[in-house]
Design a protein around this ligand. Structure first.
Ligand code: SF4
Ligand code: SF4
Length: 474
């Protein structure tokens, strides 16, 4: 430090006033300037609230009723979220995530009678905006909460749209009944005249083929085999299979069980409902809460016993990890979130999965070139390159990434008659990239992305767990 600077600090000058004069100027003595050495300050700091009758200003009003969630006020209007939104890109009536998130959120918090803008129901809950925001604004959390408020307070419970959305959101209930007569249900759900009636009366598009129901559900298979075949005191996972692997693709669930047992894990299949993903997207938060309560209760009991939760569907893992702690506060919610993984991610972390894959090869049915699509929800969990990188060293297969676009179906969104064309427009880039890829078999972790991939290209779609099973167990 220089001597001049040191002198400045030991002999401070008089306090400055805005016009460049000194505090002493304001005292009225303008004829005899006070030297630095003569100056003594008579400045008395004001006591806070000196007047006994002083009424403090209530800045936040009914503050305890405000939802001041973390990041809610961090938006600086950069519009990155809007440019990342696949729905805003194709639907001119959709104002985008910046409006649905921070802007509409502020209005819901500050205006008692604020009516939620109905456009929030057009958000597909792809959650790409969460990833795009550089400021940590909890966009999808705001959308989910606001959409729930719209459905609770403003949507007519007698409207066709409410019941259509509720039926789509509760796919598990329909699938449960369909699984009792799977062949008949599959035929009926794809019977042309029935689909025409469903479109005209309920607004469920007739453009898509309904997924086939399995003749044996995963849990029927699990019980028939006598449950876990491997016991372990320290390697234990609880499998959250979700609805689709239970009723439509039990081969994915079976592959998961066999793979984890191959690596020495004891697998538990706890009581469970829907993860809630289609319910959040449709604002059916009471339905989501009901199933989340069941899921958190059974999974947290197992987490307490040393189990980790694993999922084969990336939307299920997203829900347990992010949406549950954002929306619910059941006991054990945070513990479940902290101990939930996507299944391949879990094996990559705890086993030498890359080494095992590099030491083997695949022949037969799955010796293919795959066009791989990373679901938006896998992208949000940092898993978008996982399958491509893992299978790079696997002899007999080639996995090609078809890019970072959204598939467009987003669960129930693409099943709504009025959204079908948007859904296909969003998916166009993925379809084109799949068709340019070498292979004619698709691969993804998300069951509804798989539906859209198959619908747009006619390709058969497989899950990475099926390829891992073929590589390591066959
Ligand atoms: S969740 Fe997806 S559809 Fe909804 S606002 Fe965000 S980016 Fe758009
Ligand atoms: S990306 Fe984040 S900071 Fe930028 S406008 Fe959207 S919410 Fe606001």
């Amino acid at each position: 430090m220089s001597e001049d600077r040191a002198d400045d600090e030991t002999e401070p000058g008089p306090p400055r006033v805005p016009d460049g004069g000194t505090a002493s100027d304001t005292a009225g003595d303008t004829t005899t300037p006070m030297s630095d050495t003569d100056h003594t300050s008579d400045f008395e700091p004001m006591e806070p609230n000196p007047d006994e009758n002083h009424e403090p200003t209530d800045v936040f009003g009914e503050a305890e009723e405000f939802d001041l969630r973390s990041g809610a006020d961090s938006c600086y209007k950069c519009s990155s979220c809007d440019t990342s939104c696949p729905v805003a890109e194709v639907d001119d009536d959709f104002p985008g995530p910046k409006f649905q998130g921070p802007e509409q959120w502020r209005l819901t918090q500050s205006e008692e009678d604020y009516e939620v803008d109905e456009s929030v129901t057009s958000c597909s809950n792809c959650m790409r905006c969460d990833d795009a925001c550089p400021s940590g604004v909890p966009l999808s959390q705001m959308h989910n909460t606001t959409r729930g408020r719209f459905v609770d307070e403003q949507m007519s419970k007698l409207s066709v749209e409410y019941w259509r959305n509720r039926i789509l959101a509760n796919y598990r209930t329909s699938a449960f009944f369909a699984s009792k007569v799977p062949r008949l249900a599959t035929a009926a759900m794809n019977f042309g005249p029935a689909r025409w009636v469903m479109e005209k009366t309920l607004g469920v598009t007739s453009e898509r083929d309904f997924p086939e129901f399995a003749t044996e559900t995963f849990t029927d298979w699990w019980q028939a085999r006598g449950g876990a075949q491997v016991q372990s005191a320290d390697k234990r996972v609880a499998y959250f299979h979700g609805c689709y692997a239970e009723y439509n693709t039990p081969e994915v669930a079976k592959a998961l069980v066999r793979l984890f047992e191959h690596f020495g894990y004891q697998v538990a299949v706890p009581e469970q409902g829907c993860s809630g993903t289609p319910m959040f997207a449709n604002g059916m938060l009471d339905d989501a809460r009901r199933d989340a309560k069941t899921n958190v209760s059974s999974l947290s009991a197992l987490v307490d016993e040393g189990y980790d939760a694993v999922c084969s569907c990336t939307s299920c893992s997203m829900s347990l990890r992010q949406e549950y702690p954002e929306l619910f506060d059941f006991e054990g919610t945070d513990e479940v979130a902290a101990n939930t993984y996507e299944a391949v991610e879990y094996l990559r972390i705890h086993e030498d999965l890359s080494g095992a894959v590099a030491d083997t090869d695949v022949d037969g049915d799955l010796a293919e070139e795959f066009a791989y699509h990373a679901p938006c929800h896998a992208r949000n969990q940092g898993l978008d390159r996982q399958a491509v990188e893992l299978f790079r060293e696997l002899d007999g297969v080639d996995v090609e990434d078809v890019g970072d676009s959204c598939s467009g179906i987003s669960g129930t969104y693409g099943w709504k008659e009025e959204k079908y064309d948007y859904s296909m427009e969003i998916g166009e880039e993925m379809f084109e990239h799949m068709e340019h890829a070498e292979g004619q078999t698709g691969m993804t972790e998300c069951p509804t992305c798989a539906m859209q991939m198959e619908h747009g290209t006619g390709y058969e779609i497989r899950h990475p767990l099926e390829l891992l099973e073929a590589a390591l167990l066959e």
